[in-house]
Design a protein around this ligand. Structure first.
Ligand SMILES: Nc1ncnc2c1ncn2[C@@H]1O[C@H](COP(=O)(O)OP(=O)(O)OP(=O)(O)O)[C@@H](O)[C@H]1O
Length: 265
């Protein structure tokens, strides 16, 4: 076990919807500078766990700590100020603004009052422009910087979503299935991008593509029916009999997950 202090900690986090328990007593440490993936069958509670950690959904029980500070009952926008960022969905891009303007606005979002203030401090605007330029390079979107975000390919839009989260210079970025609906080339680009993120951020990733999960994760948490089934490094998860049973059995992730199980035989 690493001795690093967790940047994010979930202690016995539980989320109930009426009598149904979607997330059941999850205790989890996310270490800084890592890619930590959360995997599991459809309906396992992964997205609900994300919602509780980012403040999209209030928890029923337990606590959530960011760098040791309790944030369990803070609304989402206050958790953003503590350094948690969730990747925007495609629908959250500004379709009628250029790629560059999308990134600049997201960078200004760090100081939202300033973004709307006509007397805003010019150095903050300058900083937002600089961040946008750096991100265009990092996302390989320089060639389409002036295009409206609505005109981008699906893969480019998904990279831009990740860039929108990066623009706020958060500590932890949550990515919920960033490769869904992508073709093989775009998947490769996204995989490299996510892997590179841990140089500057901590990444918490929900991903159904097992090749990606196994290749770029430092740590994997496997959920099943709202609980943790297993946790460990990719090699440990691959060879965990309980995980293989869960994946080869009822996993709706089908081929990809079944292949992950076969690879380890
Ligand atoms: N708002 C809600 N009200 C009631 N039940 C909910 C609500 N949101 C989620 N659930 C239920 O909680 C369970 C966990 O759902 P969740 O979306 O977190 O799973 P998941 O692991 O992310 O699945 P997937 O891989 O399909 O996205 C499911 O049974 C779902 O139907």
């Amino acid at each position: 076990m690493s001795t690093a202090t967790p940047i994010l900690r979930a202690l016995n986090v539980t989320k109930r919807y009426g009598k149904f328990t979607a997330v059941n007593g999850i205790t989890l440490d996310i270490l800084p500078g890592t890619v930590h993936s959360v995997i599991g069958p459809n309906g396992a509670g992964k997205t609900t766990l994300f919602h509780t950690l980012t403040g999209t959904t209030p928890i029923t029980e337990g606590s959530i700590l960011v760098e040791g500070e309790e944030v369990s009952h803070l609304p989402g926008y206050k958790r953003v100020k503590k350094g948690l960022a969730r990747s925007f969905q495609v629908t959250s891009l500004f379709p009628n603004l250029s790629v560059r303007e999308n990134l600049r606005l997201a960078a200004q979002g760090r100081h939202p009052a300033q973004a709307l203030n006509p007397w805003r401090r010019p150095e903050l605007l300058r900083r937002a422009c600089d961040i946008a330029e750096q991100l265009l390079v990092r996302l390989s979107l320089q060639a389409v910087a002036e295009r409206l975000s609505a005109e981008l390919s699906h893969g480019q839009q998904r990279r831009l979503e990740v860039g929108m989260a990066m623009a706020g210079e958060p500590k932890v970025i949550f990515l919920d299935e960033p490769t869904s609906g992508m073709g093989i080339d775009d998947i490769g680009d996204m995989k490299r991008l996510i892997h590179s993120l841990r140089d500057s951020y901590t990444v918490v990733l929900i991903e159904h593509n097992m090749d990606i999960v196994m290749d770029i994760s430092d740590q994997i948490t496997v959920m099943q029916q709202g609980q943790i089934l297993a946790q460990g490094k990719p090699a440990e998860i691959r060879s965990d009999e309980r995980v293989r049973r869960a994946y080869l059995g009822s996993m709706i992730t089908g081929g990809k997950a079944a292949n992950a199980g076969k690879e380890s035989t």
